[in-house]
Design a protein around this ligand. Structure first.
Ligand SMILES: C[S@@+](CC[C@H](N)C(=O)[O-])C[C@H]1O[C@@H](n2cnc3c(N)ncnc32)[C@H](O)[C@@H]1O
Length: 217
């Protein structure tokens, strides 16, 4: 899990950077990273919001909370919390609620996105970054991830954000791809146990949706 997490951070770092860049996250922002896992997104947010900002790293799994806290040890602006996304409740309204690779695992993604929308201030942002796992390809053949509850939730993400009462300001998909040895092949092998050899790979695209809550502008 930890090795896979490190690889995920490596190959999916670009979609994360694109999202933070398009959003224009600034120093001093209050954020929540929902389903923070190992804390990669929390640390990336902490680096942008700086010491005047705050990042709540929320996960339902206490072990993940500890992992996120350890990853963010050098960032005192990160507060790691054990909490279910369905019951998200923070001590203050935030400027940004972010989730990545979370909605594919939860029982009801709409409940979680609604909860994230509640957590942000008027004019604040909800960013959802979720995969379409079956759109991945190895040698042109579709991947599948049957263990996830909603393996293709990324394809529904823009509708989920709109249905939570937010304005969809931007949405796009981005997928790491490659051929031959390298982080993309290593990630795929860790995920599926299959060595792709020399086959070209397109990892599952991540659909990013930038949703904005009305008011406050
Ligand atoms: C695949 S990991 C993604 C971690 C991180 N967001 C990333 O992109 O690297 C999914 C995380 O969501 C957490 N999770 C799953 N269901 C959850 C729920 N209902 N509420 C909060 N966290 C949840 C898991 O414990 C796990 O740490």
């Amino acid at each position: 899990m930890t090795a896979l997490k490190g690889l995920r951070d490596d190959v999916y770092r670009r979609p994360l950077a694109t999202a933070l860049d398009r959003l224009g996250v600034e120093g001093g922002w209050r954020c929540v990273d929902v389903g923070a896992g190992g804390g990669d997104v929390s640390v990336a947010l902490a680096e942008v919001v700086g010491r005047d900002g705050r990042v709540y790293a929320v996960d339902s799994d206490p072990a993940a909370r500890d992992e996120a806290a350890a990853a963010a040890a050098a960032h005192s602006q990160v507060l790691a919390i054990t909490q279910a996304a369905e019951e998200l409740l923070l001590p203050e309204s935030v400027d940004l609620a972010f989730c990545r690779f979370l909605l594919l695992h939860v029982l009801d993604p709409a409940v979680v996105v609604a909860r994230m929308a509640r957590a942000v201030r008027p004019g604040g942002w909800v960013v959802v970054q979720e995969p379409i796992t079956t759109a991945g390809r190895v040698g042109g053949v579709a991947l599948s991830m049957p263990d996830a509850r909603h393996p293709d939730i990324g394809a529904l993400a823009p509708g989920l954000v709109r249905d939570a009462g937010l304005t969809v300001v931007d949405a796009w998909a981005e997928a790491p791809a490659g051929v031959g040895p390298g982080p993309v092949a290593t990630y795929l092998e860790s995920l599926t146990g299959v060595d792709p050899g020399d086959d070209p790979i397109v990892l599952p695209p991540l659909v990013t949706v930038l949703g904005r809550k009305s008011g406050g502008e």
